[in-house]
Design a protein around this ligand. Structure first.
Ligand SMILES: *[C@@H]1O[C@H](CO)[C@@H](O)[C@H](O)[C@H]1NC(C)=O
Ligand SMILES: *[C@@H]1O[C@H](CO)[C@@H](O)[C@H](O)[C@H]1NC(C)=O
Ligand SMILES: [Mg+2]
Length: 261
């Protein structure tokens, strides 16, 4: 099994010290994205890890259970380096342009739906410590991590969140985290700067065995039945963004670490 040798310092540098940090401030401390020549380390002949990541982000590659072993190092460098942050920034820039451009009726019913994990909160410290392959994903350890409420905000998403509120747009969090993690999740969101929201929806037991696609579509439908207009919807998984009642526009933030159906 390949493990990705990173020190906790790296994620501290990349994520925690970020709100006002320009990239340059930490550039000498973190791994840059360094695709290797030739196959870029992929196990599939002729397919590079960069192509694999592009396929994942565009939803051409679906249903995958694990990062290809040969791409674990690549994904680790990507997540902890500049490119992940740059890619996130580009998404947030577009989302803000879009939100600003709208001439919204100010009746408190315009809603932006945010996913939580890898969209508003980052579990990168967990993955940096435990590795990027799914074979090192341990639900018990992961739940312990979630219970600590110490996940940092994704800095770009937090900026967008603040700008949306300033535009009078309401925010809903819609997460696959189970209802039993409500307190941990809400505490975490508040601690890192997401101070207010219209509603935070966690997965209750009635969705046991249902896909994320079904769960999220159903909950968005309920929101629209309550009179909200979902003008924007942002997530790191395609199952956050596909399905019904997806919203006027969807925004995919990068995540080459895992796939949820
Ligand atoms: C915005 O909407 C209001 C009310 O619907 C309308 O009167 C106004 O002309 C619109 N402004 C623009 C720039 O479209
Ligand atoms: C969102 O989509 C609906 C349905 O197509 C449309 O009526 C509405 O004007 C759109 N709202 C915005 C803000 O684009
Ligand atoms: Mg997510």
């Amino acid at each position: 099994m390949k493990t990705f040798p990173v020190l906790p310092l790296f994620f501290l540098a990349t994520l925690v010290a970020t709100n006002q940090a320009s990239d340059g401030a930490v550039s000498h401390q973190i791994h840059l994205l360094r695709p290797k020549t030739g196959s870029h380390g992929s196990h599939v002949p002729g397919v590079s890890c960069l192509s694999w990541r592009l396929g994942v982000e565009t939803h051409n590659i679906i249903g995958w259970k694990t990062i290809p072993a040969a791409c674990e190092g690549y994904v680790g460098h990507y997540m902890l380096g500049h490119q992940y942050r740059k890619d996130s920034e580009a998404v947030i820039y577009e989302a803000h342009l879009y939100a600003k451009s709208l001439n919204l009726t100010n009746d408190g019913k315009n809603l932006w739906v945010f996913d939580v994990d890898e969209t508003t909160l980052s579990n990168l410290p967990y993955y940096a410590r435990h590795g990027f392959g799914v074979e090192v994903f341990n639900p018990i350890l992961f739940n312990e991590w979630v219970s600590k409420s110490t996940a940092p905000a994704l800095p770009e998403s937090l900026k967008l969140y603040k700008k949306l509120l300033a535009l009078g747009i309401k925010v809903a969090f819609l997460t696959g985290r189970p209802e039993s993690y409500r307190k941990a999740t809400e505490t975490n969101l508040k601690n890192v700067g997401y101070h207010t929201w219209e509603t935070a929806i966690l997965k209750d037991s009635s969705y046991a065995g249902k896909t994320s696609l079904f769960y999220k579509s159903s909950e968005r439908e309920k929101l629209e039945k309550k009179g909200y207009r979902i003008i924007g919807n942002m997530g790191d998984q395609w199952t956050d963004l596909l399905g019904t009642n997806a919203g006027n526009r969807t925004f995919k933030v990068p995540d080459p670490m895992y796939y949820i159906s």
